[in-house]
Design a protein around this ligand. Structure first.
Ligand code: 5GP
Ligand code: MN
Length: 347
């Protein structure tokens, strides 16, 4: 039925054995959480509270999800943010009877939470869809790259436990559809037969996809549309190698009253051109430049993210960062750095 071969009866039994005695459970995901990360946390939280023995579940994220994800975030009743309240976040992790880590393959991706997760005495479970997971800190690992998203993998695990989509708590089902929809960029990439089966079963179970699409893709502030126009008109650079890159500076953020999450999707837009096979969005922050990379099949986003941007991810969707001043002296050095990286990887 499902291609997620990592889900065996033995592992499901271990999972249940590990959850049973735990009263408090912490669910954790990566820095700058995206729709898949927040959806996966919301889904696990709902399932553990409502289906598996009324657990007290705290979702702990390193950073607050952006406003555009407020629909998914609202499905999480108990949320702690590491950067906002580091002590409470660490305590929630350290005192948990079980710790779930979702949508990341290396604990360093939990940034400010990393130490607390490593130190936590409770059994830890990893559920992820990135290549090359760090397995050592975990008692149990569900890792599968042939799925669209962490939410899809969680869907396959939870439906094996509860017997089908119709048995999932409503918030869990909605959150899973949200995460899968954002990670596939609304069914544009990373879609497997099992992804469409999941979508179909969730629709049958009553999930309101129209509301999800409205909330995820058509509920931005108008500023975001104007910012998008500005970036494409004034900032888009196209190189002879068939790469596109854009730099969103602090100055431009200020011009458009930028809120976190409002540039979601920008990196995909240049790939609409026949000539473009790789697209990079760079975003200036206080001590770093955040980097998002997307590519078409046959060109590796992961290679350039790994070699030049201290990051990684999937073959065609990766991310990373340039630290200031360790990697580059400042934004004025971005152009030369990026153009050289593109030449090295695509030239
Ligand atoms: P985004 O561009 O949306 O921030 O990230 C795209 C993909 O790359 C996501 O699947 C994310 O998990 C992965 N990714 C982003 N940043 C990093 C990073 O620093 N290291 C690794 N290993 N993966 C990353
Ligand atoms: Mn994901």
């Amino acid at each position: 039925m499902t291609k997620a071969v990592c889900i065996t009866d033995e592992k499901l039994a271990s999972l249940k054995g590990l959850i049973d005695p735990a009263e408090n459970i912490a669910v954790i995901s990566h820095m700058n959480p995206d729709g898949d990360a927040v959806g996966a946390c919301a889904a696990m939280s709902s399932f553990l509270r409502e289906y598996l023995g009324k657990k007290d579940v705290t979702v702990v994220l390193p950073d607050a999800p952006g406003e555009p994800l407020s629909f998914v975030t609202s499905l999480i009743p108990k949320l702690m943010v590491g950067r906002r309240d580091p002590e409470a976040a660490a305590k929630a992790i350290e005192s948990a009877g079980a710790v779930f880590v979702v949508d990341l393959n290396r604990l360093e991706r939990t940034s400010v939470l990393e130490q607390a997760v490593r130190l936590a005495a409770a059994p830890k479970v990893l559920i992820d869809h990135h290549p090359g997971p760090e397995e050592e800190p975990f008692s149990l690992v569900f890792s599968e790259v042939n799925v669209s998203s962490a939410c899809e993998l969680i869907y396959h695990i939870l439906t094996r436990i509860c017997g089908g989509a119709a048995k999932l708590p409503a918030d869990c089902a909605t959150a899973l559809m949200c995460g899968m929809t954002t990670d596939t960029n609304n069914f544009a990439n990373s879609v497997f037969p099992s992804t469409l089966r999941m979508a179909s079963e969730l629709l049958e179970a009553g999930v309101d996809r129209d509301a999800i699409v409205l909330n995820l893709f058509n509920s931005y502030r108008t500023n975001r549309i104007r910012l998008m126009g500005h970036m494409l008109d004034k900032c888009l650079r196209i190189t002879p190698e068939g790469a596109a890159w854009m730099l969103l500076t602090k100055e431009i953020k200020q011009m458009f009253d930028f809120h976190d999450g409002e540039s979601e999707g920008f990196v995909n837009i240049p790939l609409a051109s026949k000539e473009i096979r790789l697209s990079i969005l760079l975003t200036e922050e206080d001590d770093r430049i955040r980097v998002s990379v997307r590519s078409k099949k046959g060109t590796s986003a992961r290679e350039i993210a790994g070699r030049f941007f201290n990051g990684g991810g999937h073959e065609n969707a990766s991310g990373g960062r340039l630290m200031i001043p360790a990697d580059i002296p400042g934004v004025s050095a971005v152009e030369a750095y990026v153009e050289n990286a593109i030449k090295q990887c695509l030239g």
